[in-house]
Design a protein around this ligand. Sequence first.
Ligand code: BGC
Length: 769
Amino acid sequence: MRKCIVLLFMMSSFFGYTQSRKELTHELENKKINKITKWTSKQIDYKVDSLLSLMTLDEKIGQMYEIPSGMGSVADLGSVEDQADPKYYQRKGWTGMVLGGSGALKNYEIQKYAVEKTRLGIPLHFNVDVIHGYKTIFPVNLGMACTWEPAAIERAASIAAKEATVSGITINNAPMVDISRDPRWGRATEGVGEDPFLGSEIARAYVRGYQGDDLSDRHTFISTAKHFVGYGASEAGRDYNTVDMSERVLREIYLPPFKAMVEEGVGAIMPAFNIVDGVPCSANKWLLDDVARGEWGFDGIYLSDFNAIHELVLHGVAADDKHASKIALDATMDIEMVSQGYILNLKNLVKQGEVSETQIDASVKRILRSKFLMGLFDDPYRYMDLKGEKEIHCSKEHLKAAREIATKSMVLLKNDTVQSLGKPLLPLSDNYKSIALIGPFVKTRNLQGAWAWGNSKKVVTVESGFKNRLGDRVELNVFNGLSPRKLTKKDMDEALAAARESEVVVLCLGEPQGMSGEAASRAELDFPGDQKEFAEEVLKLGKPTVLVAFNGRPLIFTWYHEHFSSILEAWFPGTEAGNALADILFGDVNPSGKLTMSFPCHVGQIPVYYNHLATGRPYDSSKKKNRFVSKYLDIPNDPLYSFGYGLSYTSFAYSNLKLSSSKLKAGQKITAELVVSNTGEREGTEIVQMYTHDIVASVARPVKELKGFQKVTLQAGESKKVTFTISEELLKFWNRDMEFSSEAGDFEILIGGSSRDGDLLTEEFLLVK
Ligand code: BGC
């Protein structure tokens, strides 16, 4: 039998089943792009139905299977008749989608096979994790969130979409919008931070950027909202761990970004690995069908997470893969990523009457529909663009955007006056004759962060960024510390020598990029290895020293805060890292980023977040002697750096907060107006934040909740009026009866430059219903 197949394969090669790279390139380069027909929704339904009526059950189930990458070469496809091998299904045309990016040419080859060699020639989707850029890498998502600029994030997403689609990618596994209050969880780096309001605005921006106005545009693709839901609340910050929370917390904190994306028309959702109320999300009918499809009207695709249907067995909610497939399909899960529960079991489940073919049809319709929307039936090759790859990947315009967004993502955490200088160290003066650039992050190109497919050779190192900025004018004493995990005595001595010879020191420390992201939970949130010891030695030299931190999540900077006069959080800035850093450090760009996740002062505080609920025994710092209040004996309650915090090279003052009325009638609006002034000596951008507090309600409410923000640029000495609108809608919450509504009564409004009490002006108003 095997011999026969090998022979058949050889014959098929002979008859043109395999082509050389050169032939394929030539063919693809000369392909005309077909025009897209703008079908109405009804017409698409009609087309989907007629295609469905031609499909066998195997072909239908095949559409629900996503094979891993590397299975695609036509040359690979001939010889295996083994049901465990994904290639077998691809050859039969029993595959709907391929996971993994291999570029336009490879994807063309795979698509050509699907279109020309399978019975119905249904085109494939190509699916990749384009998380913070495709080839041009933007800062890690947590950093991008710190821009508080949805328009900038939308731009980054649309650039990523453009770069990825020319390589043939049609579905993106992003954005990840899991709210996270636990920096031990490495995936916090992929997210938006701790706040559901800001997180929802950012989530919408990603969807707009990835999907644009029209999915059939050659430069837009389907966005997948992930991970639905609660993954960021993994117990003890340990990835893949269990999750437990009330429905109220789920609805108020974790669901809003997903709901916002559904409103924005997101095409796909990826259910999370974890459980919600005991049921893993991949089989959670309440969550997937009742809430998202039922309450919100989501009619897109559910794409499972990697292997997640099989993992239902390990969760202990399914006896085997067959059972797992049944409960996932019952929850309306459409596509199984990589594991083979569906492809191996759904047919039997239909035969045995355990699931109905109608359920399968519903999923297949959603999948086919998405392919029509992407124009794949008009032209299956329209996204594979070799010329586009050359022209668009890392284009000048894209790199410029990456540099700009990286500067906006950096957060100035401290910049106190240095006695010897009589002013803060930052921005660095252009008059220094020598600067020491030391630490393990100075020469490395590993500054892209987790989930980055960019070419690391294109990354601008910190050293190159400085050289680009300074030329030969300044003596740069660079020390290339090798590994951040282990600094040898020799390395340190060399670095200290470089520092000794210089007027100022820029010390680049951090957490290697592989220490955040998936499966990267940490219990100790410090710079690993001997970096602290190294910092101590550097500080002993008594030189003005700025600490630049590269990390993917909040770390504990308490010791550094006590010892350094200036600290800049640079995150992982992406392809333009060094240039963006030089822009900020030399003051060509004034820092404006603000934190979207609290930086604890000690790991023992975790989870620590600004919008915590009121308690019966709140801590009052003016009454230190009261023991029986909610506090620690050994550390403060407040984080080191709070949500919304971030400094600038100028200063801002807030005054004259006034409400248009002290009463808000249901269904109406009032405004809050205040004056923001730039009280420093240079232009700067401030992120003005509005919080509300429901003083008495039927359930305990957060001490404050973000409900609005604006980015305002002010010249030195300039003042501007800033106005926020407050509507009843903003004051709604899940009340004691689990209805989403507002309650009449007193509210506090707090506006200022961070979530810290001391940074906020307050007023009160009454909601009358
Ligand atoms: C991750 C997803 C990702 C998928 C495919 C999984 O391990 O949890 O976020 O989209 O892999 O790469």
